[in-house]
Design a protein around this ligand. Structure first.
Ligand code: TYM
Length: 339
């Protein structure tokens, strides 16, 4: 069966985004990216992926990769991505990603890849495992995006530099041969593009911070979520106002704004005159209420592994057919013999 997405209508733009199954998905992932994905399918042709090939650029146990991947696939559906209206698939199920990555490697300059901030940060974090995959990761990401002739890439702001590199690669290839790839654009949300740790508001809230009270995980219980918010660091002042010298409060205001779909200024107005303890409780409650239905839907999905596998297969079939068209074009333009 061909889906709406496969027969993309000319006037609907295409959206592609992905998330990698390392660690435990956080409120940062949700507010910066995932919460918007489910609602985009009316306006756009949407394709979402669990970027499992990206996950092995950092050390990961086989059982963790397996469990994280299933969890994230189910979570994509639980946050509102309807597999009937979107293509949802596991990256490693569509071979074209690795193939295009290899081809694009030859149109990516070592110097530009070396400038990637995440590569530098991750190299510093794990100096014993600075592998070539970690270095090449943005090129694989470019392949993910370009295979689907993507117009819009909705991401948190830490991924914008990678989308920029992807555009450079696409432009270089298009100029060298002839127009082949659509020029994608990264899109970050107004509030929530960068959520910081609750215990260290100078550090990004990250998936690998398991056990860290600073990261709220999408699948945390309501009690855990409330405890983490109540312990969030603030400062000695008492005004609920965003400011560069009040990073903890600014982060909490940003979280609240992103949860409620309002501006930070509106959030400030709502908490005018409020004490910090009450403010933190209210932000926690807003997070609990928002994540409750996600968790319930997730639990239901995880009770039926067979159904999840079926959905994975169907998503990969559609994605593979779309990807094959771009890949074939690329092979031909470069001059490979095709029979
Ligand atoms: P990943 O898995 O690190 O994160 C998934 C999405 O969540 C956003 N995000 C955040 N947003 C706000 N605050 C935070 N603290 C926060 N942490 C993460 C990320 O910006 C991202 O949008 N390389 C990508 C996955 C990927 C991809 C792609 C994305 C692979 N191929 C193609 C777009 C297009 C990554 O590691 O995201």
């Amino acid at each position: 069966m061909e889906t709406m997405t496969e027969n993309k209508s000319e006037n609907k733009k295409r959206v592609f985004s992905a998330i990698k199954p390392t660690g435990n998905p956080t409120l940062g992932n949700y507010l910066g990216a995932m919460q918007y994905w489910g609602g985009m399918s009316d306006e756009y042709d949407c394709i979402f992926s669990v970027a499992d090939l990206h996950a092995i650029t950092v050390a990961i146990e086989p059982k963790d990769l397996r469990e994280n991947s299933k969890r994230l696939f189910a979570l994509l559906i639980a946050v509102g991505i309807d597999p009937e209206k979107n293509v949802v698939f596991m990256q490693s199920h569509v071979r074209a990603h690795c193939e295009l990555c290899w081809l694009l490697n030859n149109y990516t300059m070592f110097g530009e890849a070396r400038r990637m901030t995440q590569f530098k940060e991750k190299s510093e974090k794990a100096p014993e495992n600075i592998n070539v995959g970690l270095f090449d990761y943005p090129v694989l990401m470019a392949a993910d995006i370009l295979l689907y002739q993507t117009d819009i890439v909705p991401v948190g702001d830490d991924q914008l530099q990678h989308v920029e590199l992807c555009r450079n690669i696409a432009e270089r290839f298009n100029n060298r041969y002839s127009p082949t790839f659509k020029m994608p654009e990264g899109k970050v949300p107004k509030a929530g593009a960068r959520i910081y740790s609750l215990t260290d508001p100078t550090a990004k809230m990250g998936k690998s911070d398991s056990g860290d009270a600073g990261a709220v995980f999408i699948l945390d219980t309501p009690e855990t979520i409330m405890r983490k918010f109540k312990r969030a660091v603030t400062d000695s002042d008492a005004a609920v106002k965003a400011s560069p010298d009040k990073l903890g409060i600014t982060n909490l205001l940003n979280i609240y704004a992103a949860l409620c779909g309002i501006t930070v200024a509106a959030a400030e107005a709502e908490f005018d005159g409020c004490d910090y303890a009450t403010f933190k409780t209210r932000v926690g409650e807003a997070a609990v209420e928002r994540l409750r239905p996600v968790r319930e839907k997730y639990d239901a999905l995880r009770r039926d592994d067979g159904r999840l596998s079926e959905l994975m297969r169907a998503g990969a079939d559609t994605a593979a057919r779309i990807a094959a068209r771009t890949l074939e074009k690329v092979y031909k333009k470069i001059g490979f013999v095709r029979t």
